[in-house]
Design a protein around this ligand. Structure first.
Ligand SMILES: Cc1cc2nc3c(=O)[nH]c(=O)nc-3n(C[C@H](O)[C@H](O)[C@H](O)COP(=O)(O)O)c2cc1C
Length: 171
């Protein structure tokens, strides 16, 4: 499994980083960070989002699963309208045209009708819309456990086995 994690400038960039760290334990994984995300995260590794000629911009690179976690409303809108002006939006366009797994984790509150329309449009063409939503049914005791639940669900949705959280029905 070859995976790509793109971190856009929405709140919760740490979740994307956690997902990337989890994926790279067992899978060939790559990271893209938008300029806005860098400001949010002040981090400096991975591909630069302006690096439009980096390998993930081509379908021939063969990424199996692309995660945009978190996904800003700006990046969501661009993807929904076919705009591919940086490495993240280009990677999303590639995943859509190649009919590969694409998961977006839009993070904003409240959501505008425009954002909701963009999510519906993408969902209807097979993109997984999986916002970082809190859950209490597996009795998380800490922020870390809550984050593990969200990242674990993203991995589940891409068909990647993990034991990051206690599943419903587990003892
Ligand atoms: C501290 C901070 C938090 C932000 N949180 C969000 C957010 O949760 N959701 C969102 O859509 N935009 C958020 N923004 C705004 C985006 O960073 C901004 O729209 C940016 O242009 C997105 O660029 P990108 O989509 O290329 O990453 C935030 C900005 C800052 C500075």
């Amino acid at each position: 499994m070859k995976s790509l994690v793109c971190i856009s400038g929405a709140s919760g960039a740490e979740l994307g980083l956690k997902l990337y760290k989890e994926l790279r334990k067992e899978h060939e994984s790559f990271l893209v960070i938008s300029d806005a995300a860098k400001k949010v995260l002040s981090l400096e590794n991975g591909y630069n989002d302006e690096n439009i000629d980096a390998p993930p911009s081509s379908g021939s690179f063969g990424v199996d699963a692309t995660f945009i976690t978190p996904c800003s409303m700006n990046t969501l809108a661009k993807i929904a309208h076919g705009i591919a002006d940086n490495l993240t939006t280009r990677a999303a366009a590639v995943a859509i045209k190649e009919r590969k797994k694409l998961l977006l984790a839009p993070r904003e509150m409240p959501l505008s009708p425009i954002a909701l329309e963009n999510m519906l449009k993408l969902s209807q063409i097979g993109v997984t819309i999986a916002p970082p939503m809190l859950a209490y049914y597996s009795k998380q005791q800490s922020l870390e456990e809550m984050e593990n639940f969200i990242v674990g669900r993203w991995l589940d949705l891409a068909g990647i086995k993990n034991s990051l959280y206690k599943r419903w029905g587990d003892d």
